[in-house]
Design a protein around this ligand. Structure first.
Ligand code: C2O
Length: 573
């Protein structure tokens, strides 16, 4: 049992329990969990809410496993909304049925229903997380998924004394489901959030929040591992700790070549593992996060969430006195240079098996759009810029989810009419993507179009941001895969000159790529996991508007290269 400084008790802070990093001594095991999705009273920012949670916890339970273990999570839906749970970043080899995105790999778990997710962790170590993948429920339905090294193996860095997850979230003073419903009705952008949170707590810069600020206790001299997860809905975040440096050792459950920095940037969906050594004078130091807001002129939540790094021997503040922790400085909201310096510093620890011969060379634009309002539509439903409705697309297709079958079911059972496989390999019209785009190119076409990949195809995908309406950084997430980010840049990708920037030696492996504002990112992967895999912007407002598509990866030869049969309890639509 840890002992904490008295300050924490006097201040009634929420003390984060670091766990001791003890290796377990048994073979690969199966972990069983029950997740009850339910409305739970939660008070934040002086207001009471009936928040949708898992097991009454906000954030939800942390799952801890070893690489090679299996998880069996039985989800019971006692809430009034449809729900599904996605295991963000888990490869789900052959088990696409357990991936979770609503109407992609399963129909939703209806109120009163249940579904058991079964999958094995294969070859992944580090920090991932789980979250609801239905409407905007993930605003409060999420938790950490920590994968320790395989039995008998250790981290590729000095063993930290202790470790803990810090989940960055986003909080609305309203029901998040109402926020997205209202935006869908009006066609306008949804309201921005009222707070960011660290492990569910906004911290002492917000009203009615100071006594609940999360406290992270440390001992002088020790090195601890902090697993930072951006679980925010719609905002990239900068993260820092006052007067302390990070050694970055992993991201998205892949190890990295260690490097030091004082600030990290995470897009929604991304995780970053950092070592931090308590080498400063014993005191209390702010841990802080706030927006990296890359879109010019767009409204965003400009508040700052905090927690406190507290040395156990720090002198206690006198009772009643306000002993402010040492303050942290964060980059400016629009500091793209700092964001870029971070993302381009990531490298694999050693030479990586990056595919060199490419079977599928794809080029997808990613960005916003504006739909003209149908004639006769009520103006209350056309509250986007100049009487339009907001939209978003990839290669000008604004993705529409089916509602009567999941895509995976339709694929596996050969049900016609649910989707087509004519998603274009490159944009239907070539234009100056990051320039002054003609208004005639602002309106995307709705559709449920997938891109088909042969089993084993070696894929290169250039994700090209557009400046339609506005340019901004997009965190693009691919389900069921990790990929190498071989390069990124600003402006339009130029196949003649930009290929010289490709790092085919030690690029970082991730599941979510930050596509630079007004720029591009190039990724590579081998299509070795059959199924239907969503590719989307992890800003939920953009997925709501259609910034998505999916890869349909065909079966290979034999059972080991084929999608498993669907579980008997797979929810029906
Ligand atoms: Cu973390 Cu499709 O999402």
């Amino acid at each position: 049992m840890e002992t904490f400084s008295l300050c924490s008790f006097f201040l009634l802070g929420l003390v984060l329990l670091f766990t001791n990093a003890v290796p377990s001594l048994v073979d690969a095991k199966t972990h069983y969990h029950d997740f009850v999705v339910q409305a739970t009273p939660v008070k934040r920012l002086c207001k009471n809410h009936n928040t949708i949670t898992v097991n009454g916890q906000y954030p939800g339970p942390t799952l801890e496993v070893n690489n090679g273990d299996s998880l069996v999570v039985s989800v019971v839906n006692r809430a009034q909304y449809n729900v599904t749970i996605h295991w963000h970043g888990i490869r789900q080899m052959r088990t696409a049925w357990a991936d979770g995105p609503e109407f992609v790999t399963q129909c939703p778990i209806r109120p009163g229903g249940s579904y058991t997710y079964r999958f094995t962790i294969e070859g992944q170590e580090g920090t991932l997380w789980w979250h609801a993948h239905s409407s905007w429920l993930r605003a409060t339905v999420y938790g950490a998924l920590i994968i320790h090294p395989k039995e008998g193996s250790s981290y590729p860095f000095p063993k930290p004394k202790r470790e803990a997850p810090l989940l960055l979230g986003e909080w609305w003073d309203a029901n998040p489901i109402d926020v997205v419903r209202e935006a869908t009705r009006t066609g306008a952008a949804p309201n921005v959030s009222d707070a960011y949170t660290i492990n569910g707590q906004p911290g002492d810069f917000y009203n009615c929040s100071s006594t609940d600020t999360v406290v992270v206790p440390v001992d002088s001299g020790e090195t601890n591992l902090i697993r930072v997860i951006n679980a925010a809905m719609n905002q990239q975040l900068f993260f820092t700790i006052a007067n302390h440096k990070f050694t970055v050792v992993g991201a998205d459950a892949s190890y990295l070549k260690p490097f030091t920095t004082s600030v990290i940037m995470l897009g929604p969906g991304q995780t970053t593992d950092v070592l931090i050594t308590a080498n400063q004078p014993p005191a209390r130091y702010y841990i802080a996060a706030r927006a990296y807001a890359s879109a010019q002129g767009a409204p965003f939540d400009n508040t700052t969430t905090t927690a406190i790094l507290e040395y156990k021997t720090a002198p206690c503040p006198a009772k009643g006195a306000s002993a402010k922790p040492v303050s942290a400085s964060l980059p400016a909201f629009n500091d793209t240079a700092t964001a870029t310096a971070f993302t381009t510093a990531l490298q694999s620890p050693e030479k990586a098996p990056v595919p060199t011969d490419i079977d599928e060379s794809l080029f997808f634009t990613v960005g916003l759009g504006l739909n003209r309002c149908p004639s006769g539509a009520k103006s209350s439903t056309c509250q986007g810029p100049n009487g339009t409705r907001f939209a978003a697309s990839m290669n000008n297709v604004s993705f529409v989810l089916p509602s009567n079958f999941s895509l995976l079911q339709a694929h596996q059972q050969g049900i016609p009419g649910v989707f087509t496989t004519d998603f274009p390999a490159s944009p239907p019209v070539k234009f100056d993507y990051t320039g002054n785009v003609s208004r005639s190119l602002w309106q995307p076409v709705p559709g449920t179009k997938l891109y088909k990949l042969k089993y084993g195809a070696r894929v290169q995908l250039v994700l090209q941001g557009t400046s339609i309406f506005t340019a901004e950084n997009h965190p693009i997430h691919l389900h069921g895969y990790d990929f190498y980010i071989i390069a990124e840049g600003f402006g339009n990708f130029d196949p003649k000159t930009d290929t010289s920037k490709f790092n085919l030696v030690d690029p970082p492996m991730r599941n979510t790529a930050s596509v630079p504002v007004g720029g591009w990112a190039a990724i590579r992967f081998v299509a070795d996991n059959p199924g239907v895999w969503l590719l989307h912007c992890h800003l939920d407002v953009h997925i709501t508007w259609g910034l998505a598509t999916a890869f349909l990866v065909e079966n290979g030869v034999g059972e080991l290269q084929s999608l498993a049969v669907p579980p008997a309890d797979l929810p029906a639509c």
